[in-house]
Design a protein around this ligand. Structure first.
Ligand code: KIV
Ligand code: NA
Length: 276
């Protein structure tokens, strides 16, 4: 199938076709999601929580990201691979930001990068885009700011907060981002932003008017059960299947049902006899 690229994003918005994005952190899952037709796979820094068991995303490093982006890239034929820039990798100075974005592309194999924030990161966005690396913005509930927000909660409900998100969205577009993730903001605010922007918005907990949607795959499949936000729809309950299959495996080992003949290798009796 034809690769889903930056121009496919623009075309989708122009044609009114929705963009589907999911997170992926490993080769075999990425392969399945790509084959199923997801337009874009985000190697999110949410891997810190989902894959590594951290409490939030703040401990994830650029090296962690590269490790997982490499795995995902090897599993993908069509989808756009988005490399998430982790905390502190695009805040120090623009030189470091370009270097780190470049590493996700050059060492990891990502096609584009994503980073959180508005007015505070504009210079960094411009520098990365200038290095020919396409950037996706991310506004609203930006998990790397959890200690500033004081928890995971809906953003942009007051006039002041909503205006700030709208202004940041316009600033990011001007700085050259080709798409914008809107996380956990009221639906009507996401609708307004989506209408004001020429670039496609990708919503997560931002309602149906966004140009595309993204979810954490393990949330969507019902595999990650530590914490489930209101905006997650579970399309399966894989945690139940995994636990049930594991119990059956253990039981079959204990009862000698597994391994049976079909899973076992043979040797000629004459050969083995000589060893007795
Ligand atoms: O890290 C992540 O998974 C994300 C999405 C939730 C947008 O940034
Ligand atoms: Na993220």
């Amino acid at each position: 199938a034809k690769k889903f690229t930056v121009s496919s994003f623009q075309k989708a918005k122009k044609d009114g076709e929705k963009i589907s994005m999911l997170t992926a952190y490993d080769y075999s899952t990425a392969k399945l999601l790509d084959e199923a037709g997801a337009d874009s796979l985000l190697v999110g820094d949410s891997l810190g929580m989902v894959m590594l068991g951290y409490e939030n995303t703040l401990q994830v490093t650029v090296d962690d990201m590269i490790h997982h982006i490499k795995a995902v890239s090897r599993g993908v034929k069509r989808a756009m691979v988005v490399g998430d820039m982790p905390f502190l990798s695009y805040h120090i100075c623009v030189e470091e930001s370009v270097r780190n974005a470049g590493r996700l592309i050059q060492e990891g194999g990502a096609h584009v990068v994503k980073l959180e924030g508005g007015r505070d990161v504009i210079d960094h966005v411009k520098a990365i885009v200038k290095a020919q690396i396409p950037v996706i913005g991310h506004l609203g509930l930006t998990p790397q700011s959890i200690n500033m927000f004081g928890g995971f909660k809906v953003q942009g409900k007051s006039e002041e907060a909503a205006r700030k998100i709208l202004e940041d969205a316009l600033l990011l577009q001007e700085a050259g981002v080709f798409s914008l993730v809107l996380e956990c903001i009221p639906e009507k605010l996401a609708k307004l932003i989506t209408e004001k922007l020429d670039i496609p918005t990708i919503g997560i907990g931002a309602g149906k008017y966004c140009d595309g949607q993204v979810l954490v795959t393990q949330d969507m499949l019902g595999m990650y059960t530590d914490f489930t936000p209101k905006f997650v729809k579970k399309y399966d309950n894989l945690n139940e299947s995994i636990v049930a299959a594991t119990k059956k495996y253990i039981e079959e080992i204990n009862t000698g049902v597994f391994p049976s003949k079909e899973h076992t290798f043979k040797i000629d009796d004459e050969v083995i006899q000589k060893l007795y």
